[in-house]
Design a protein around this ligand. Structure first.
Ligand SMILES: NC(=O)c1ccc[n+]([C@@H]2O[C@H](COP(=O)([O-])OP(=O)(O)OC[C@H]3O[C@@H](n4cnc5c(N)ncnc54)[C@H](O)[C@@H]3O)[C@@H](O)[C@H]2O)c1
Length: 237
């Protein structure tokens, strides 16, 4: 298979489901060798990755035969809770997954790329909620905001090593994470469709091209960039 990623080694965290799984399919289609890192894999297999655990992140990247050329960080999510009910445990878990998970994987992949003196393209999948407000998801929004700041910090500090760090910020996308909620409350889904200037919520394949662009050699002069892909929700009146 030939394509923009022929001969490239790509890692997709959270690649077993949703947006990450759609990235995996497209990357393979465009010639990449793709390693999925996900908690849905069997423990004790090379594909098992818990991004909230430093030892797991270390073991996952150590099992690769070389530093990846591309890292896409999709692992994320949160349970819903009104701001007044978010407790210490929920806040810690959410930060460790959505901010810490990105930071640990970006750091480990970058350390290996620097040691091997090879370029690396990192694309983090954030969320349009990072700007707030985010009813019942304040903990998640704040964690995603921290990850956006880390994207910009790493982009600046790692550019000298030819490591690019960019982000894609999706609006609401239909994935296993959201579908069950929307299936249970069709009125929420309809309200989101109506609130989106382009008339509908997104599908994973609406977001993947932006992620792959930032991961590809075509984005060789882009770092610290945040691409919002949200059907126009950010400019809704
Ligand atoms: N779906 C949306 O509306 C939407 C909108 C904006 C941003 N996002 C973000 O996009 C990313 C992907 O979301 P999705 O909707 O495809 O969700 P999803 O639940 O379909 O996929 C998330 C994947 O992450 C994995 N994962 C969870 N915890 C993990 C951990 N500790 N270590 C490794 N893997 C772990 C899950 O097993 C799953 O495969 C998330 O970061 C999410 O916050 C989603």
């Amino acid at each position: 298979m030939s394509g923009a990623f022929t001969g490239k080694l790509a890692v997709v965290t959270g690649g077993a489901s949703g947006i990450g799984a759609a990235c995996v399919l497209q990357l393979r289609d465009q010639g990449a060798s793709v390693f999925i890192g996900d908690v849905q894999a069997e423990p004790d297999t090379p594909e098992y990755l818990d991004v909230t655990n430093r030892d797991s992140v270390d073991a996952f990247f150590s099992a690769l035969d070389r530093a990846p050329d591309v890292l896409i960080t999709c692992a994320g999510g949160a349970s819903r809770s009104p701001a007044l009910d978010v407790d210490e445990a929920a806040m810690e878990t959410t930060l460790s997954l959505n901010f810490g998970g990105f930071w640990r994987c970006a750091q480990e992949a970058s350390r290996r790329a620097v040691a091997e003196n090879k370029p690396l393209a990192i694309v983090h999948v954030g969320s349009s909620l990072h700007r707030g407000p985010a009813p019942d998801l304040s903990h998640f929004a704040a964690a995603k905001a921290a990850s956006m700041t880390m994207v910009r910090c790493l982009a600046q500090e790692l550019a000298a090593h030819d490591i690019r760090v960019n982000a894609v910020v999706p609006g609401p996308v239909e994935t296993p994470a959201t579908k069950s909620l929307w299936d249970a409350s069709p009125d929420i889904r309809e309200a989101l469709d109506r609130a989106t200037p382009l008339g509908r919520i997104g599908q994973p394949d609406d977001v993947v091209p932006a992620i792959l662009f930032l991961a590809s050699p075509e984005a060789a002069w882009s770092t610290g960039t945040v691409l919002t892909i949200d059907g126009g929700m950010d400019v809704a009146s």
